[in-house]
Design a protein around this ligand. Structure first.
Ligand code: SF4
Ligand code: SF4
Length: 225
């Protein structure tokens, strides 16, 4: 089986779960009369957590959008460099917390200048299952503050368990962590598997980061500890 087919097969369960979660959230929206809307983006200033499987699904989408290695290096790699800088800041500065992340209006690396999610089809379960309750409109007077949300713990637990199966299939750490950390780890895994792409990135500044795979594994473990 080629690496691509193996990857697609391994990503199927998390993609299936994502579509189930969308169905559940649709029902919740009606039940709770939630103000959440597809054009909203306040919640994209939060520290989102994700599984490695979800990170790899995003990398795969970015690779589809930029099939030529040179385009990937030009368009997608800067996103990972941003993610890497965000993760480094949270790893070294104890003052960086979920609350400060939101209060400082830290934008998700995938939030475009037009305030759209670049990876909407593959956004993590955390993003899909985040929904504020009726009367808690975070787009207006509550902007910048944490507001009451539905209890999505069961959905997150489901994503963790599907994510753990993915990680065990590739014999890598489970990797449930903030999205910036997961993205860098996911790209590392992806590029290592797609050695052709890795070869074509030779000589770019990013190559050293990718080579420092152990560095990312250590950082991720640090977070999980
Ligand atoms: S959480 Fe807030 S910003 Fe996000 S979709 Fe709901 S209302 Fe919009
Ligand atoms: S992945 Fe997309 S939906 Fe999730 S926080 Fe980032 S921009 Fe928002």
């Amino acid at each position: 089986m080629s690496w691509r087919s193996e990857l697609r097969a391994a990503l199927r369960p998390i993609r299936r779960l994502a579509s189930k979660v969308d169905g559940v959230m649709h029902q919740y929206m009606e039940l709770y009369d939630s103000p959440c809307d597809s054009g909203c983006y306040e919640c994209c200033h939060q520290m989102v957590t994700a599984t490695l499987a979800e990170g790899v699904a995003i990398v795969d989408q970015l690779n589809e959008l930029n099939p030529r290695a040179t385009d990937f290096a030009k368009n997608a790699v800067p996103l990972f460099e941003k993610a890497s800088a965000q993760f480094t800041s949270m790893a070294v500065d104890p003052k960086v917390t979920m609350e400060s992340w939101f209060a400082n209006r830290t934008r998700c690396v995938f939030l475009t200048e037009e305030n759209r999610c670049l990876v909407y089809a593959n956004r993590p379960i955390t993003c899909r299952s985040y929904m504020v309750l009726e009367g808690s409109d975070c787009r207006t007077e509550n902007a910048g503050a944490m507001v009451p949300t539905i209890d999505n713990r069961e959905l997150i637990d489901a994503s963790k368990s599907v994510g753990a199966e993915f990680s065990s299939r590739f014999r890598v750490p489970t990797g449930y962590a903030p999205l910036p950390a997961v993205m860098v780890w996911a790209l590392t895994l992806y590029l290592y598997r797609r050695s052709g792409l890795l070869r074509k990135l030779k000589g770019t500044e990013f190559e050293d980061d990718v080579k420092a795979k152990e560095f990312w594994v250590r950082k991720l473990k640090l977070w999980e500890a």
